[in-house]
Design a protein around this ligand. Structure first.
Ligand code: PMV
Length: 348
């Protein structure tokens, strides 16, 4: 392997994403049991600076989060590097990797940072790869790499709406995400106001949750339901049917949490204020006859999903009501975004 450089520094950002049809359950190394659809966020992102040094010595890794050394992250990074070695063979001669990472969203805000974190890291690896080999950047490969860090991270490498997982024989890929095209303008400025019901540590993490799907009583039905919902949502995204899309989005959020509650052992991540907020959102929609919906990640925080046409109404009348039900009145405002950015890079 002929390399143009043996040192380099890359700074990238990658946003988080919110799933509308949920990925829940996996096999092998981060291969999803069902296809999922998400949109990439804008203001909630991770910024990572990666300093690479190639050589013959044993790999040394340093990781800093907001300037503070975090040795507890190193084992995870070692696993990630081992997994992506086939995609980036120069990792076989990685002597030193220093990573400085920071999130634009507050720590313990209840927003999972694994998607943006591994998205940003994969973009740094991809940029370094393209420079040392003198090749074009390949976002498909970066998406595949991000998946090997955290499944949902593969959807953070592209902006807009994404599909990950095989939906039909010629639509969707199990190992990488792809950006959906021909989206109706009604969805151009889709918004996400993240209402923090609780920022505390979750009782059951995503990895444990995914593995409970292996013998789940509704496992097979869930896979079929997710495929149907992906197909139906895709058709709404193309036709511009925000009402039907909203119905599917809420069904998916409720299903995700119902699957948790019916796992063995059963567990529950929603809180009383999550339920109260859902009721307020549904009542508001009925009273105002305006398309505003919620989704939930693997946590207690409702994401309010709305569109430009109802923006003023939602932001002036609904969000203030929800604020009172949030922890420390915290709502994080976000919207659909364009995906990762390479901010700086240098090589020698
Ligand atoms: O990428 P993971 O392993 O953290 O799984 C994320 C799963 C959900 O956030 C609950 C759903 C999704 O599709 O993002």
């Amino acid at each position: 392997m002929k390399l143009k450089y043996d040192r380099g520094s890359v700074v990238c950002t990658a946003p988080s994403n919110i799933a509308l049809v949920k990925y829940w359950g996996k096999k092998d190394i981060q291969i999803p049991l069902n296809p999922s659809i998400s949109f990439t966020l804008d203001t909630c992102y991770t910024k990572t600076k990666a300093d690479f040094e190639l050589g013959d010595t044993q790999t040394q890794i340093e990781f800093y989060f907001h300037g503070e050394s975090k040795p507890s992250f190193i084992p995870k990074l070692e696993v990630f590097i081992e997994r992506v070695k086939d995609l980036y063979p120069w990792l076989g001669s990685l002597a030193k990797l220093t990573l400085h990472s920071e999130n634009s969203f507050p720590h313990s805000s209840g927003i999972a940072s694994s998607a943006s974190g591994f998205g940003a890291m994969a973009m740094c690896f991809e940029k370094f790869n393209s420079e040392v080999l003198g090749e074009e950047i390949d976002l498909d490969r970066a998406s595949n790499a991000a998946r090997l860090g955290s499944g949902s991270a593969c959807r953070s490498v592209f902006g807009g709406f994404n599909l990950w997982g095989e939906l039909t024989e010629d639509l969707g890929d199990q190992s990488l995400s792809s950006q959906l095209t021909d989206i109706h303008p009604n969805f151009d400025d889709i918004k996400d106001a993240i209402c923090i019901a609780s920022s505390g540590e979750k009782s059951v993490g995503s990895s444990a949750g995914h593995s409970l799907m292996n013998n789940h009583v509704f496992g097979e039905q869930r896979i079929n339901q997710a495929k149907d919902n992906c197909r139906e949502l895709l058709s709404c995204l193309r036709s511009g049917d925000v009402w039907k899309a909203g119905e599917l989005i809420e069904e998916e959020a409720m299903t995700l949490h119902a699957l948790m509650m019916t796992s063995r052992p059963s567990y529950m991540l929603i809180r009383p204020n999550t339920v109260a907020m859902i009721e307020v959102i549904r009542q508001f929609r009925e009273d105002e006859k305006t398309p505003v919906f919620f989704t939930l990640d693997a946590g207690p925080n409702p994401h309010v999903i709305y569109f430009n046409e109802s923006r003023t109404l939602v932001e002036q009348k609904l969000l203030p009501k929800l604020k009172g039900l949030c922890e420390n009145e915290r709502i994080i405002m976000d919207q659909i975004g364009k995906g990762p950015k390479i901010l700086e890079s240098s090589f020698e």
